[in-house]
Design a protein around this ligand. Structure first.
Ligand code: F6R
Length: 608
């Protein structure tokens, strides 16, 4: 979703190229237009348009904007199509105030009408444009810029991160947040604000978190935080970001997604390093809860499904996984002050997940979370959180975050299982040992199976649809394989519990229809063999992910990818998903798409 970066640099410094590079680091969030504003000699200069960052730069040369203070924005359209007029920054009538915004201002029509009646003219169809005009209006009543900004933001309803620059105070940036992400960076006499740390990571690792309902003033003297409600000053300690700036670069890989697929072995080792004390805290709260819900979206929801099955199987915990955007309909009525909501979110900023968490919290529920971005809104809403420790995930399609989420959830289930004595200590130890083997196993897939997967991708090119089937713990793996493939290759894909396929889906099967089975040698094996035969008999082209040496399924399949080690069933999704990630990646590349920036998608979905 929208990316924001603002900077106040030393006198004489040139902000524009720094803003340009920061916007590049925010590209992964997903966007359809770009803009920058800088201030020099008390004059604002704006350049913006729809299109990719480098297209807009080629057209306008973003780097020659003058001055040491400025703001950049990548916009993911919500109100108003992605065209020049609707791109940010948006300005007031006299072009003295420029504003960029991430989120949605729900009451903008009412404010717009009021301002139009006072003679303000609007150039765009965005909700954002009311902000510079309202500030302009308050300034005309003699207020200071800070007060006019605070008063304006207090009138807004909805979710927003807003950043303003003005020729009235050319060395100052004002920003505020409510529900949408915004963090501050502290350099050496230079100050930044951004949608996420990645934007300023090469400039500084010292950050300050802005809470909801707060605004900040950045100027050459430093950063000042105030409560929006009453302008009360807020003291906040800086934190140090541990992410290595190098890890947010491609490092020789053609795409971030491929790099992140390859980082999974290390990401898993890092995820498994989290101290046991956090799992113990989670366990206590889950064991004591009257109900447990897991909430998440997309890939994180699939990890949640794995967690839900694992908690049932080895911990005797009934934890229902609910798609976050459906939580208020499906589950909120059941939430009490004794309920635990376990939220899973790589970014910690997904609005649907945050809304579910806020609703549950309002009813007194305990919020536990598994997240990858420290300082995120989800972290701040949580009673206890576990850091996945996967490092920055830039590719829009989640890969290493998924496998590390599963590792965390399996370790959690094992901790509870051990505490409750639900299954034998031997079984739990086997699972824990297998978890520690997964990094090496994933590495061996990456070392030896890529060419086989590429061949399958070539054969799938031209298919009008692809189907993924699995059973038990690998139903979520099939769902995840499908999501990756369709979002990156734009090929409609289907995923089912394999046993359910004969209740409808099988009608689609005709000669050559690719059906991919996630088929480890666990206690679902016999039944999945039956499902493979059902598909094969009707002409499906069978592709199976199997354990090495599984001759039965190998003989039934047109192609197989073999996983070299036997694993406890619960651990298999972690490893068996890797060939599916590679398949989606290579099919996307074969089709000439950019797997890092699939169309219409955003990395961080900060709107409902
Ligand atoms: C798909 C994908 C998305 C995210 C979803 C939730 O490849 O990445 O489905 O998983 O938008 O994002 P987080 O985990 O940041 O809440």
């Amino acid at each position: 979703m929208c990316g924001i970066f603002g900077c106040v640099l030393h006198e004489g410094a040139h902000a524009a190229p720094i803003i340009h590079s920061a916007l590049k680091r925010l590209e992964y969030r997903g966007y359809d237009s770009v803009g920058e504003v800088t201030i020099d000699n008390d004059r604002l200069t704006v350049k913006k348009d729809s299109g990719r960052l480098e297209e807009v730069h080629a057209k306008y040369n973003l780097d020659d904007l003058p001055g040491p203070v400025g703001v950049g924005h990548t916009r993911w359209a919500t109100h108003g199509r992605p065209v020049y007029e609707n791109s940010h920054p948006l300005v007031d009538c006299k072009s003295r105030i420029a504003v960029v915004h991430n989120g949605i201002i729900e009451n903008y029509l009412e404010i717009k009408k009021e301002l139009e009646a006072k003679g303000h003219t609007f150039q765009s169809r965005t909700d954002t444009e009311v902000v510079p005009h309202l500030v302009e209006d308050y300034l005309s009543h003699g207020m200071s810029l800070e007060e006019a900004f605070r008063k304006t933001v207090n009138r807004l309803e909805g979710a927003y991160a807003i950043v303003l620059t003005s020729a009235e105070q050319p060395k100052t940036i004002l920003c505020a947040r409510q529900e949408s992400p915004l963090v501050l960076g502290l350099g050496d006499g230079e100050y930044y604000c951004a949608s996420d740390f990645a934007a300023f990571l090469p400039l500084t690792r010292k950050a300050v978190l802005l809470d909801e309902g707060e605004m900040a003033v950045l100027d050459p003297k430093g950063v000042k935080i105030l409560k929006l409600k009453n302008a009360a000053p807020v003291k906040r300690e800086a934190i140090t970001i541990t992410w290595d700036p190098e890890s947010a670069k491609k490092q020789g890989f053609r795409h971030f997604m491929l790099k992140e697929i390859h980082e999974q072995a290390q990401a898993l080792r890092d995820a498994l390093r989290t101290e046991q004390v956090y799992y113990d805290q989670f366990s206590r709260k889950i064991i004591e809860a009257d109900k447990v819900f897991i909430v998440a979206c997309g890939t994180s929801y699939h990890a949640g499904l794995v967690g839900s099955i694992a908690l049932a199987k080895i911990a005797g915990i009934n934890a229902r996984a609910v798609i976050a955007s459906e939580f208020s309909e499906e589950a909120l009525d059941l939430v009490t002050s004794k309920t635990v909501v376990l939220a899973i979110s790589q970014s910690g900023e997904t609005m649907d997940t945050l809304n579910a968490v806020r609703d549950a919290k309002a009813k007194g529920a305990t919020i536990l979370s598994v997240l990858n971005v420290l300082g995120s809104t989800l972290m701040r809403l949580s009673t206890v959180y576990i850091d996945q420790n996967a490092g920055p995930e830039i590719g829009v399609a989640s890969t290493k975050a998924f496998t590390s989420q599963i590792a965390v959830l399996l370790r959690l289930a094992a901790t509870i299982g051990r505490k409750k004595g639900e299954v034998s200590a031997k079984e739990i130890s086997e699972l824990e040992n297998a978890l520690h083997k997964t990094p090496a196993l994933i590495q061996s897939i990456l070392n030896t199976k890529v060419e086989d997967v590429k061949k399958i991708a070539e054969e799938c090119d031209g298919a009008s649809s692809v189907c993924f089937l699995g059973r038990g713990i690998n139903v979520p793996t099939a769902l995840e394989g499908r999501l990756k493939l369709l979002e990156l290759s734009y090929v409609p894909a289907i995923a089912y519990p394999a046993g359910e396929s004969k209740h409808g889906f099988i009608a689609l099967i005709e000669e050559g229809f690719p059906v991919i089975f996630v088929a480890p040698n666990d206690d679902t094996h016999k039944r999945i063999v039956g499902n493979i035969m059902e598909m094969k008999d009707r002409g499906a082209r069978i592709i199976s992910i199997i354990e090495e040496g599984d001759e039965e399924i190998r003989n039934l399949s047109d192609r197989v990818i073999e996983i070299s080690e036997s694993l406890p069933s619960l651990v298999t999704p972690l490893v068996y998903v890797v060939p599916l990630q590679l398949l989606a990646y290579y099919l996307s590349v074969i089709k000439g798409h950019d797997p890092d920036y699939p169309r219409n998608l955003a990395k961080s979905v900060t709107v409902e």
